[in-house]
Ligand binder design. Structure first.
Ligand SMILES: Nc1nc2c(ncn2[C@@H]2O[C@H](COP(=O)(O)OP(=O)(O)OP(=O)(O)O)[C@@H](O)[C@H]2O)c(=O)[nH]1
Ligand SMILES: [Mg+2]
Length: 306
């Protein structure tokens, strides 16, 4: 199965939750009236699009009605699809991976426990290798021994070396060694795994700041990307996580994992519109192939095509 089909299949529940309900509203009303608009608004909120983004969409719909771009309930679906693509593609130029002008490009991967950081790193390693780039991984999650092993498994699977220290050692020291090694070995991409941390634990957030400082001291401009990994199944909670993480690190993009099988895929729209944070990658499964750069048109198409 190709990635688009996987995405489409993964979004089945989100589609049921959003598009199918919109279709039901369209069928249920002969004309556009306040009841229809109320129902539409509720549907958008329930589909994890977020209150703010729903407001934005509803304002656009009301304007569309006034300007006679929307005349019948049937006009709503294509109108909304277009609005959603517009929201998602706004600032699209930011969405390509930032790379170093010369020397290694450093990607720092952060997020709460279990969001899918380590798995994403394995997939990213495979992706960049597939693009002919040399990759190095750093096991800066020193919190659990299993975390280091897990990254090593991905390293073996993708044929990518891993820089590691012992369990319990200073993650910033691992990052430091990794950055040195990346420069010495002249690798294209260094990807740093970090421990899952709660956005509310200030010591862990300080640790993150330290890792950031160490990397930036060794390679000016690094990390070139700080990727926040968010679990799509957490819906609106992912948005509040993102808000808190921005306080500890300058996030350059979001990786949204577990879009397969969740009904809360609408959160993609909220992340982009509410946080002005580009969704750069999406994960649709546990396999090595199940991660791709986010493409707004494809996403909207997968969401709206039945
Ligand atoms: N279905 C699905 N599962 C995923 C996806 N990404 C990751 N997972 C699974 O989510 C679980 C947690 O993934 P990890 O990569 O270990 O998460 P982590 O953020 O590194 O976790 P900690 O290191 O404990 O903070 C694993 O079982 C992964 O296989 C995805 O896109 N889809
Ligand atoms: Mg991990």
């Amino acid at each position: 199965m190709g990635f688009f089909d996987k995405l489409k299949k993964g979004l089945n529940k989100t589609r049921e939750n959003l598009t199918n309900k919109i279709e039901k509203i369209i069928i249920g009303y002969a004309d556009i009236d306040d009841d229809l608009l109320d129902e539409l608004e509720e549907t958008l909120i329930m589909a994890d699009v977020g209150v703010q983004t729903t407001d934005k969409l509803m304002t656009a719909v009301r304007k569309g009605i006034k300007k006679k771009e929307i005349n019948t309930p049937e006009d709503l679906k294509p109108f909304l699809q277009k609005q959603i693509v517009e929201i998602l593609t706004k600032g699209e130029e930011m969405d390509t991976t930032r790379v170093a002008e010369n020397g290694p490009t450093v990607l720092l991967v952060i997020g709460v426990n279990g969001a899918g950081k380590t798995t994403t790193i394995g997939k990213l390693a495979a992706y960049y290798k597939g693009q002919g780039k040399s990759v190095l991984l750093a096991a800066a999650d020193t919190f659990r021994a299993a975390a280091i092993d897990q990254l090593e498994v991905w390293g073996e699977r993708t044929g990518v070396p891993v820089i590691k220290h012992e369990e319990g050692s200073d993650p910033a020291a691992v990052a430091f060694d990794a950055v040195k090694a990346a420069v010495a070995r002249n690798v294209d991409i260094l990807i740093i795994d970090t421990a899952g941390r709660l956005q509310t634990k200030s010591n862990l957030m300080q640790e993150l700041e330290k890792i950031n400082r160490v990397i930036g001291r060794e390679i000016p401009g690094a990390p070139h990307e700080t990727l926040l990994v968010l679990d799509a199944t957490t819906g609106q909670n992912a948005i509040s996580q993102a808000e808190l993480f921005t306080k500890a690190a300058p996030i350059t993009g979001v990786v949204l994992t577990k879009l397969d099988g969740t009904a809360k895929g609408g959160v993609v729209i909220g992340i982009k519109s509410q946080l002005q944070m580009p969704v750069k990658w999406i994960g649709v499964g546990e396999g090595v192939e199940d991660l791709r750069p986010f493409n707004a048109e494809d996403f909207a198409k997968a969401l709206f095509q039945s």
